[in-house]
Design a protein around this ligand. Structure first.
Ligand SMILES: Cc1ncc(COP(=O)(O)O)c(C=O)c1O
Length: 448
């Protein structure tokens, strides 16, 4: 009888608390039906890590670079640029132009397309400063939603943006929020822990002409699996034949190989093939400016100037988007990046800093690989041994661990990683690599 007597009591207490809430909160309950949204998986992982008291705990969830001491890394060139800014009395705190800091805007497009890019020389590139890569993705989607010719008059369901399966967790949320429908395309083959090239190419061939397809320019997140140059050429060929639109997301230029030009190769190849495209840029990872929120959106137009399809018309609409969303972009990150991109000496120093980060990650891939293969002789999750650990590119490795093994890594090994098996190589260093390898070995053997 306990449950029947407690049910009315519970109901009564609900009624009392409901009646009491306006007076205790001081306002009417006008958000009563607001559902509780799930917390962001990556940020929740970090919160778990911070609360963990275990001395060997490791955070391999978050996609931010750490130095060999496991500390956030302020690039030496960024320190220098900050000092230059701090001692420059001519800098004021006025609003920037709506498109952003002009010296940043012109330099950022040259960084991605190359200073000798035909599209830039022909005045066909439209660039605006954005709130990092997230803002660029958001505007890219919002602009296409309004103006992509093949979509005019179509419903949200028909405005499909194809994204790799898997992709950066935020892509789908961003595109949904601007009235597009994200749809997966095959990209990753879990049986080989590599690129599902033939399914990807088949998809490109069979997708409706002029489809909008998101491509990670380099260092694919979350898999670390990038096409080779020859594979990119095959991909580009089909884009051209089918008239597909390439929505490039480039959040890791320089971070993948340590070389800025090398990491821009796919984008530049698509431009040289006259494939319609846009590129989102972020300086979060390659300049360590995570919190400054500095990035750019570049759209390559078919024509320069104020003609149909012309760059000037596209720019006028991007300015409207920016104005209504953030009015004008923030100054600090733009000034730092502008200094670095426009000063030969600082630019050379930046390249060295990028190499330092990229090469530390590559060295950790080699250490982890050697430990798993030589020391632990750990059975591999795929047919090619542990080669994927060294072959994958950029910040992330898709380990091939299954969700049960990932859970054991977190709960028993205190190694914080996402359930899809992704680890951030940037979180591995000389001090913790042995522990990470030991736990992977035990997790794979079911002994963790
Ligand atoms: C593929 C990809 N795109 C975009 C972003 C956006 O990053 P941010 O907005 O910090 O520049 C990220 C960050 O992790 C990413 O991995």
């Amino acid at each position: 009888m306990a449950s029947s007597s407690s049910a009315p009591a519970k109901r009564l207490s609900q009624v009392v608390s409901h009646m009491a809430s306006p007076s205790t909160s001081g306002s009417a309950d006008v958000f009563h039906s607001t559902p509780y949204a799930p917390p962001d998986a990556i940020f929740a992982l970090t919160a778990g890590y911070q609360q963990d008291k275990f001395d060997k705990k490791v955070n391999l969830g978050v996609g931010a670079y750490r130095d060999n001491e496991g500390k956030p890394f302020v690039l030496p060139v960024v320190r220098k640029a900050k000092q230059i800014l701090a001692s420059d009395d001519s800098i004021d705190h006025e609003y920037l132009p709506i498109a952003g800091l002009p010296s940043f805007v012109s330099a950022t497009s040259k960084l991605i397309f190359g200073a000798d890019s035909r599209a830039i020389k022909e005045d066909r590139v439209v660039t605006i400063q954005t709130i990092s890569g997230t803002g660029a993705n958001h505007y890219g989607g919002a602009f296409l939603q309004r103006f992509y010719e093949p979509w005019l008059g179509k419903s949200k369901e028909e405005k499909k943006i194809y994204v790799s399966n898997p992709t950066w967790a935020n892509h789908k949320a961003i595109f949904n929020s601007v009235g597009l429908t994200p749809v997966d395309y095959p990209y990753y083959d879990s049986s080989t822990i590599g690129l599902a090239l033939s399914s990807f190419l088949d998809f490109l061939r069979t997708a409706p002409a002029q489809s909008v397809i998101l491509l990670h320019a380099c260092a694919h997140n979350p898999t670390g699996v990038d096409p080779t140059r020859d594979e990119w050429k095959e991909i580009a060929k089909i884009f051209k034949e089918k008239g597909h639109f390439a929505f490039f997301d480039c959040a890791y230029q320089g971070f993948a190989s340590g070389d800025l030009d090398n990491d821009a190769w796919a984008v530049r190849h698509f431009v040289s093939e006259s494939i319609p495209l846009l590129v989102c840029q972020s300086y979060a990872k390659n300049a360590g400016l995570y919190g400054e929120r500095i990035g750019a959106l570049n759209i390559v137009a078919s024509h320069a100037g104020d003609v149909e399809g012309g760059a000037a018309r596209i720019k006028s609409q991007l300015l409207i988007l920016q104005r209504q969303e953030i009015s004008n972009p923030p100054t600090f990150g733009a000034r730092i990046v502008s200094l670095i991109l426009n000063d030969e000496k600082l630019f050379a120093e930046w390249k060295e800093d990028i190499e330092t980060m990229a090469h530390r990650i590559i060295a950790m891939r080699e250490r982890l690989h050697a430990l798993l293969v030589d020391k632990y002789k750990t059975p591999a999750p795929g047919p090619n041994g542990w080669d994927h650990v060294v072959k994958q590119i950029g910040m992330f490795t898709f380990t091939g661990l299954n969700p049960t093994q990932c859970k054991a890594m977190v709960e028993k090994g205190h190694i914080y990683m996402t359930a899809n098996g992704r680890i951030s190589m940037a979180g591995i260093n000389d001090k913790n690599v042995e522990w990470v390898a030991e736990c992977i070995d035990k997790a794979i053997r079911g002994q963790l």
